[in-house]
Write a protein that binds this ligand. Structure first.
Ligand code: HEC
Length: 140
């Protein structure tokens, strides 16, 4: 037991990389390029932007290892696949592909991940909201 506690305390000293996000112009961001209703943009932000943008809002427990290490690894992986903050940097073909993939992930209920919805009520959506979001993304 004492070893586990020691390990957990020791882990708190592992430096976090969460602050290091490159600054990019707001004009590159998805929400400033596309048109959508306020409700659609808000839902997308609540459901996806903590992982798929540079505007991550970290909950308090994201500061505590080992959760912090897991969350940061997760966010890095997610941004690598899809980053709405640097949307303009994708070519048109890639944008279309990412939007189709996003619609699919939303419809299948894979995105946002269950563990995230559990902790973030704003990311929960009804089937109708999910379908509306998916249809909107496909129409862009
Ligand atoms: C809690 C973090 C988190 C949230 C919130 C989240 N995602 Fe993800 N997403 C990930 C991670 C991590 C991956 C990479 C998964 C992998 O590599 O297997 C990913 C991958 C993806 C991919 C790429 C899938 C692929 O196979 O390449 C798409 C598209 C995607 N997410 C869309 C979304 C959309 C749309 C939302 C919001 C409705 C969302 N995600 C919300 C963490 C998240």
């Amino acid at each position: 037991m004492i070893y586990i506690i020691g390990l957990l305390i020791g882990l708190q000293f592992v430096p976090l990389s969460q602050q290091k996000v490159e600054k990019v112009a707001a004009s590159q961001a998805f929400e400033n390029i596309v048109t959508g209703s306020e409700a659609q943009i808000t839902l997308l932000k609540n459901a996806c932007y903590d992982c798929h943008s540079n505007d991550t809002k970290y909950p308090w427990y994201a500061q505590v290892a080992p959760v912090s290490l897991w969350i940061n690894g997760h966010i890095k992986g997610a941004r690598g696949k899809l980053n709405f903050s640097t949307w303009q940097q994708y070519d048109t073909e890639t944008q279309k592909h990412k939007l189709r993939e996003s619609a699919e992930e939303i419809r299948d209920g894979h995105m946002p991940p269950k563990s995230f919805k559990f902790m973030h009520s704003g990311a929960k959506m009804t089937d109708n909201q999910a379908e509306d979001l998916a249809v909107w993304l496909e129409s862009i």
